[in-house]
Design a protein around this ligand. Structure first.
Ligand SMILES: *Cc1c(COP(=O)(O)O)cnc(C)c1O
Length: 394
């Protein structure tokens, strides 16, 4: 059964919790009570809704992809998160968290970013509210993602290179946590997915569930508007998937499928399928499924798509998996790239590589889904991925 909120220890069944340094516990408690207070306050909802409407561009449309539907023999609808400001669902969360930061009276925000998408969404929200913004980013990622680094700086954020470890996302998370331990008095840490210690997974789910709530009104079974038989979404940390799944979780007759990265192929060990191939353990403050060796060392994930290249997953997904509320599958880099091309050519929509994983799963299962109403959460636009695909495949 789906849970309204985690239990008193911040757990969804066996998963979640707050495995954090002692010094952060007061900040997490402060954040939880600020969130609970804001979420019960109509004034907060009014401010947030106004921004989601006039600034982010919500509700995002649901588009019936007719040409591709005909080719696949099913009814394919796209929930167009790619049309949200900054080009993905991430802004739903950063706008809400930064609004909450102003309510807490904190003038400074920190974040970490891998490919830069969450950094850009956070820098955008900070520019909107006039808050100081510091983004930690691995030095290797800074080299690979020069355009997003420049975007963040344009938006007024300070991007701090992290040179420790492998110089990628995991190290940037550690650096952001170190900053937070020293700065909790005046700083909020904006986490970018349904991951991290309680209350983040719950709070970020609440901020993203607008996606599924809108969908319910858009495909509502009225004449000319079917109801979904199946909803498919890519899963990295799990926030866009949680956002579209949560309002439907437990509904009879709606199948929910989360698609992880199979990378070079599950058997190569180079993938990001933490729910499919991982096992329970603690990562970044929460008990969840993660990729680890037999000694509990966290393994490097691999995906062509930076948003799916993460060795863990949000704890509520771990709970959904064990409860059988959502099925989790995976798709390889190569199949995602084929789907990336296919949606571009048949519908004139270049999807994010993350979203292309979801489409690839639908293509692969088209025969079994014949005649069904299928919704794909098109989590983001693919402009950010065009150069990479061109360099690797054309
Ligand atoms: C970041 C990102 C993802 C993966 O993050 P989730 O928290 O799993 O949603 C998926 N799609 C796009 C477009 C992204 O930018």
């Amino acid at each position: 059964m789906r849970l309204e909120q985690p239990d008193g220890r911040g757990r969804f069944g066996a998963y979640g919790g707050a495995f954090a340094p002692e010094t952060l516990m007061p900040a997490l408690a402060e954040l939880e009570s600020a969130f609970v207070d804001a979420w019960a306050d109509p004034a907060f909802h009014r401010d947030l809704e106004r921004l989601l409407t006039t600034y982010v561009g919500r509700p995002t449309p649901v588009y019936h992809a007719e040409r591709l539907s005909e080719e696949l023999g099913l009814h394919l609808y796209l929930k167009r998160e790619d049309l949200a400001h900054t080009g993905a669902h991430k802004i739903n969360n950063t706008i809400a968290q930064v609004l909450l930061t102003t309510r807490m009276g904190k003038p400074r925000v920190i974040a970490e970013t891998g490919a830069g998408q969450h950094g850009v969404a956070t820098a955008t929200a900070c520019a909107l509210f006039g808050l100081d913004c510091v983004v930690y980013m691995g030095e290797k990622d800074i080299e690979r993602q020069a355009l997003n680094v420049y975007r963040m700086r344009l938006l007024g954020a300070e991007v701090i290179p992290v040179t420790s470890g492998a110089g990628t996302l995991k190290d940037a998370v550690s650096a952001a946590l170190r900053d937070w331990v020293a700065s909790v008095g005046d700083t909020h840490y904006v986490i970018g997915s349904v991951v991290g210690p309680h209350p983040f997974p719950w709070m970020v789910r609440e901020f993203q569930k607008v996606i599924g709530e809108e969908l319910r009104n858009q495909l509502d079974g009225s004449p000319g508007s079917p109801t979904p038989d199946i909803i498919v979404a890519p899963v990295g940390g799990g926030s866009n998937a949680m956002g579209i799944f949560y309002p439907y979780a437990g509904d009879e007759g709606v199948r929910l499928v989360g698609v992880e990265a199979a990378g070079f192929g599950i058997r190569t060990g180079k993938h990001g399928a933490s729910l499919g191939e991982g096992s329970p353990g603690v990562l970044h403050g929460a008990m969840t499924y993660l990729l680890q060796d037999r000694h509990g060392q966290v393994l490097e994930a691999h995906s062509i798509s930076a948003g799916l290249d993460y060795p863990g997953v949000g704890p509520e997904h771990a709970y959904f998996k064990d409860e059988g509320l959502v099925e989790y599958a995976s798709v390889t880099d190569d199949d995602a790239v084929v789907a990336f091309h296919r949606l571009s050519r048949t519908e004139g929509i270049i999807p994010a590589l993350e979203s292309a994983h979801g489409l690839a799963w639908i293509v692969e299962h088209a025969a079994e889904l014949s005649g069904a109403t299928v919704v794909l959460n098109l989590s983001g636009r693919g402009d950010k991925d065009v150069q990479q695909v061109a360099a690797m495949y054309d």
